[in-house]
Design a protein around this ligand. Structure first.
Ligand code: DGP
Length: 110
């Protein structure tokens, strides 16, 4: 499958990896929207949250919290975002959790 996050997960495309385990990978976003901007992605292809296994979703959120702690934004606060579909602004059709922090984030999103 021609999926950019599958290629990152299997090492075909390099990334600035911050965490990896048997189920998922976390790496720095190539277009950071905040001082800390990390993507947590499952290794097994899954297009979006609509198709995701409950256990995988729970694991991705636990890893999002872990990378937030390890990258120094847990105390000040951070945001986890899962863009889904066209109106949700999803540009890569492989499930991913954005972990954003390191500055005060506006709400609501645009
Ligand atoms: P979304 O718009 O929610 O689907 O977010 C996709 C994000 O993926 C976007 O913030 C940019 C990031 N991205 C796209 N291609 C690459 C890549 O090749 N490497 C990395 N590190 N990030 C990428």
């Amino acid at each position: 499958m021609d999926c950019i996050f599958c290629k990152i997960a299997n090492g075909e495309i390099p990334s600035a990896k911050v965490y990896e385990d048997e189920l998922c990978l976390a790496f720095k976003d190539i277009e950071p929207a905040a001082p800390v901007h990390i993507l947590v992605v499952p290794k097994a292809h899954c297009a979006s949250v609509l198709e995701a296994d409950e256990a995988v979703l729970g694991h991705l959120m636990a890893v999002a919290a872990k990378v937030a702690r390890e990258n120094g934004v847990a105390e000040a606060g951070f945001r986890c975002v899962v863009n889904t579909g066209a109106d949700g602004g999803q540009s890569v059709p492989h499930l991913h959790v954005h972990v954003l922090g390191g500055r005060s984030l506006a709400w609501p999103p645009g």
